[in-house]
Each structure stands twice: as C-alpha cells, then as structure tokens.
Design a protein around this ligand. Structure first.
Ligand SMILES: Nc1ncnc2c1ncn2[C@@H]1O[C@H](COP(=O)(O)OP(=O)(O)OP(=O)(O)O)[C@@H](O)[C@H]1O
Ligand SMILES: N[C@@H](CCO)C(=O)O
Length: 320
C-alpha cells in the first residue's frame, strides 16, 4: 500500500487553487507502488495523478524528473506530462511534502508478460534513450557503485540474518564490480526502474511508461540490463532466454548496441541485480514490522545475481 501521507479534501482543494485543473469531483489513494504516495483525482476537466514525494525522493531532483517527463512527452514518448501551476512551477507543497500533478495514462501493467511484450518494451526503451539525448539537466546515478557501497555499509553486519554467508558473498561481489565496472560505454538519460509495474499496455500494445523517479544519467545498456532482470525471469526463477532475445532485438531495432555494450551486458546485469538486491535488503532490514508497505524479497535478486555470475557472454541472453 503506498499512501504514506494522507490528505483531506480541504487541503487538496487549497493545493489545486494554484492550478488550472477545474473543479475537484473526487480523489482516492492508489494502493500500488512502494516509494511515494499516489492519488487518482477526477476534476470536471480531466483525470490526474497526484504524487506526494516521500523519503527516497530528494526535492532537489524534482526539476530533473518532472522536466524529463515533459521533455520526453514533447518528443512523442508516451509518459505522464506534469501539469504546471499558474506560476509555471512543476510542483508545489501539500501536507509538508513536495507534490505534483501529472497526466493520467490509460492502460494497465501486465501481470503476466510474454516475449512479444518484451520486444515492445525493448523498442520503447531505446526510443526513450534517443528522445532523452538532448535533455539538458544532469543527474548522477545515486544508486551506482558508490551508492551500492553506502547501502552495503548499512546492511552488511545483519546480512547473514537473511541468508548465512551473504556478508562474504556480497562483499566479494562488490569488490569485483568496483574493479571491472565499465567506464566508457555510451551514456544518456536512463529510466533505471523499468519494471513491469511501470509499463502500461492496452491489449498487447505498449501505451506508456511511468515512474521516472530513479531516472538519471548512466550507461544506456545498464537500463537494458535492468529490464533483463525485471522482465526475463519466470516466477520459478528460471531465466527465459526467448524473452531476453525479444527484449534485446526490440531494443536493437531502434538503437543497435555497439560491441563494447554487448560484451559488458553480463557485468551490467550483475550490477543491476546487486542494485535491487541492496535496496531491497536495506528496506527488509529497516522497515518496521506492521508497516503498511509490502516488502520486496531481496533474495529474488540474489538468485538473479548468481545466474549472471555464471554467464560467460551475452550470447547466453539470446544475442547471435
Ligand atoms: N500517470 C499515471 N497514469 C495512470 N496511473 C498512474 C500514473 N502514475 C501512477 N499511476 C498509478 O499509481 C501506481 C503507483 O505509481 P508509481 O509506480 O509511480 O509509484 P511508486 O510509489 O513510485 O512505485 P514504485 O514502487 O514502482 O517505485 C501505478 O501502478 C499506477 O497504478
Ligand atoms: N522496482 C523496485 C522497487 C521500486 O523502486 C524493486 O522491485 O525493488
């Protein structure tokens, strides 16, 4: 459940006065998501999503996230468009939180995806990468190597509570990734959290991408590696090479990978698996019992990490 901050009608109507959004008819909290508080609003003009930014979103980053959505939407990427306030600002404050209104996107996320959806996803990801190339605000990836080390420093001492032997295994993995992490792959704006629940479909057609609150500048192929993990493992933990091939082919149909990106893919997939393992582990160890949010399983990503460790080349992801 992701409504950390509750709002009432009086506060909301007051907040809406700064916008040209019509008269509020109804609003309700959205249960999905784990990071921010989201509400669906209906006015007499249009439906809107209201987001109150919670702990992981730094207010200084909001011009990047909201400006990026505006930039991408203007270039034909189907993603939420922030509604500006009458003073031109893209966000305001509600209940002591930074808060923004963004357009409502039609569609649903897929509970069960197939290879054809992965192909669409790959193409949409590549289109997003291309559309982002002239976005002029930069945001370093706070959840790359340095961020991983910081998270690990906070979790390592208790990691063996989750699975015996983890402390040594992850310490070694981090050392290896620090040693071998690529330095010169093509970079640009990446989504960095393009999980199935952030991709909407209408029927089999991809209708939009949401949740740009981890977006940053990093290696473009790292975004693809994040999708390999989030989309290409089955519930029983098996890697689905057909989905992986479709994802990568879809991507390459729009933006071909260069040889260095292809070679780096297994390592990038390890890094991506470690990144989600570490944020999940940290949340697992620090979220109080009884909190309303559903904690995500860090061990799922440990299994993905171990899989990629055994991969010798990107050919094992279906690349010919
Ligand atoms: N622009 C939008 N149009 C339609 N629905 C939306 C939109 N933005 C968010 N939602 C709804 O709100 C839910 C949560 O949104 P979002 O994924 O941005 O939240 P979050 O807390 O940042 O979650 P996450 O755990 O994925 O980081 C989505 O699954 C979707 O149902
Ligand atoms: N997509 C993330 C959570 C939200 O950022 C995960 O599955 O760990």
């Amino acid at each position: 459940m992701a409504v950390y901050t509750d709002i009432n009608e009086v506060e909301l109507k007051d907040f809406l006065q700064a916008y040209d959004a019509g008269t509020l008819l109804s609003f309700k909290g959205i249960a999905e998501g784990v990071e921010n508080s989201n509400f669906l609003l209906h006015t007499d003009r249009f439906p809107l999503i209201l987001t109150l930014y919670e702990k992981r979103v730094d207010e200084n980053d909001l011009p990047f996230y909201l400006g990026l959505m505006q930039h991408l939407a203007e270039r034909g990427i189907s993603c939420p468009l922030p509604l500006p306030r009458s003073d031109g600002a893209l966000y305001g404050e509600l209940c002591g939180r930074p808060a923004a209104l963004i357009s409502f996107l039609e569609g649903m996320w897929l509970r069960k995806s197939e290879a054809k959806h992965c192909r669409e996803l790959g193409a949409a990801l590549a289109r997003m990468h291309i559309a982002g190339h002239d976005f002029d605000i930069r945001r370093e990836n706070a959840l790359s190597l340095k961020g991983w080390v910081d998270l690990w420093d906070k979790s390592a001492a208790r990691a063996d509570e989750v699975q015996p032997g983890l402390e040594n295994e992850i310490t070694d993995e981090l050392a290896l990734l620090e040693d071998r992490w690529p330095v010169d792959l093509p970079e640009g704006v990446i989504h960095a959290d393009l999980f199935p629940d952030n991709v909407f479909f209408i029927g089999d057609e991809l209708s939009g991408l949401i949740d740009f609150y981890f977006a940053c500048n990093d290696f473009l192929a790292y975004d693809l590696a994040i999708c390999l993990n989030a989309w290409c493992f089955e519930k029983d933990g098996a890697f689905n090479v057909t989905k992986a091939r479709a994802l990568i082919e879809g991507y390459q149909s729009v933006r071909p990978l260069n040889a260095a990106e292809i070679e780096a893919l297994p390592l990038l997939a390890r890094g991506s698996a470690l990144r989600f393992f570490l944020t999940r582990l940290y949340d697992w160890l620090t979220t109080p019992e009884g909190a309303l949010v559903v904690k995500k399983d860090p061990l799922e990503y440990l299994r993905y990490l171990r899989f990629h460790r055994s991969v010798k080349s990107a050919g094992e992801y279906g690349l010919s």
